[in-house]
Design a protein around this ligand. Structure first.
Ligand code: IMP
Length: 202
């Protein structure tokens, strides 16, 4: 089933995440579409293991699992930092590089150490969004923002790898940017713009 028959979605939409902050952010972004967003955590849906090797694969896996378990359409995202000189790592393992205590100082340090003296500091934040209907029907949207890595980390805003990422065209890191400025250019904003455009086109 293509995107034309997937949208529009009315009524309830599951946000296939157990991260309350992420669910809130996605629910806000979807508000203009008039759907009722419900989190997978609220429905106590199981959290599938992210076994795929691509952002799109993992987003699809999470959306499909939630849609089939709840019998309702579901939206999932998967995101991370892909570093060119590290062959795309940490990539889909971005959260895992922070370890069980989710220590992103450590994760940023690992990235910096892995880069060593490499002159290529190019990196891309990627966000994949997947929408799935129960049993069949799915659509995917991918957004990116390109930049370069800097060291030491700078800034107190944002989260994750933001303090070492300088988006192209800027001199400051995502960590130094006002959240509104980051949200205007981020990989997530970019992916959601594509999703909203496809939804509204139907
Ligand atoms: P996910 O929740 O499995 O998609 O993991 C995404 C991980 O990628 C996060 O834990 C962060 O480490 C990283 N990440 C994704 N988006 C951003 C961002 O906007 N800024 C900083 N780090 C990000």
């Amino acid at each position: 089933m293509g995107q034309k028959s997937l949208f529009p979605i009315s009524g309830k939409l599951i946000i296939a995440s157990h991260n309350a902050g992420k669910v809130q952010e996605i629910a806000d972004l979807l508000r203009p579409l008039g759907v009722t967003a419900i989190s997978a955590g609220d429905l106590a849906l199981p959290e599938p293991e992210e076994t795929e090797r691509t952002f799109i694969g993992n987003a699809l896996l999470k959306a499909r699992a939630a849609a089939d378990a709840a019998g309702l359409p579901a939206l999932a995202d998967d995101s991370g930092l892909s570093v060119e000189a590290l062959g795309g790592n940490p990539g889909v393992y971005s959260a895992r590089w922070a370890g069980p205590t989710k220590d992103f100082r450590l994760a940023m340090q690992k990235v910096n150490e892995a880069l060593g003296t490499a002159s290529n500091r190019a990196a891309t934040f990627v966000c994949a969004l997947a929408v799935a209907r129960p049993r069949n029907g799915e659509a995917i949207f991918e957004g990116t923002v390109q930049g370069r890595l800097t060291w030491p980390p700078r800034g107190r805003h944002g989260f994750g790898y933001d303090p070492i990422f300088v988006p192209d065209g800027f001199k400051i890191t995502f960590g130094e940017m006002e959240p509104r400025q980051k949200h205007a250019i981020s990989h997530r904003a970019n992916a959601f713009a594509k999703l909203l455009a496809a939804w509204r086109a139907t």
